[in-house]
Design a protein around this ligand. Sequence first.
Ligand code: SF4
Ligand code: SF4
Length: 264
Amino acid sequence: MKDKILNKEISGRKEIYADDKIRFDCHSGVACFTRCCKDADMYLYPYDIIRMKNRLGIPSDQFLKKYVIQAIRDNSYFPSLMLKMLDDEEKTCPFLSDEGCTIYKDRPFSCRAYPLERAVARSGYKNGRKVLYFIMRHDHCLGHKEAREWTVAEWIQDQQIEVYNEMNDLWVDIDSIFRSNPWGSQGVDSAALKMAFMACFNVDEFKKFIFESTFLSRFDLTGERIEKLKTSDVELMKLGFDWTMFFLTGTGPLFLTHSKKDSP
Ligand code: SF4
Ligand code: SF4
């Protein structure tokens, strides 16, 4: 049975289900090849940045300066991050070449998921998250006229989206906190926002912060987790999320060392 909670078109997007079929293909033979890599809002999430900066072999702060723009979009209390397009006539993605995407294996979620859009319910579901998929259509995209058929599940597998979904689901919890104006009257200029931004998006700076301060002695982390933090950007990102939740809400899986010792 299909897992269904809504069955309607929302803002021109059509909701679909994992076993629904879509007709779509994208390859170098389509007349619109790379059209979508120009003048587009490509949103970036924390895991995207890890994949891309490691692909390029540069630290996260350099990546953020060179390739990212920030703008207040659907959340008034935290900026959205997007790929910075080149300042040329067509506003071309900096990673586009004549042959296509030069970072294809590490392209961000927004690029790999199209024409699917994934939405995760933030609350209201007691037995895990509710996930909705939508199909998007842009007039310029001729991929919808191709004959190849996929189920939604096959498309997700083919585009290697699962790991992105897993990481982005963790981000939803933090993003939800940011939407509640945790900065109070200081608003988006608050020092807390800058720290949260660093912990979530600037993984190499966050690494310096935790290893070059008293952080590791103040928080109750296992030796195994500390060892992983030395080599894994994903582990750093997850700790960044935990720490952001801790200092903005006082909840979550992270505890101060003394609070654990003092607890009964
Ligand atoms: S990252 Fe790659 S797929 Fe995404 S817009 Fe740029 S060139 Fe296109
Ligand atoms: S516009 Fe559509 S078919 Fe054309 S390259 Fe982009 S995603 Fe592929």
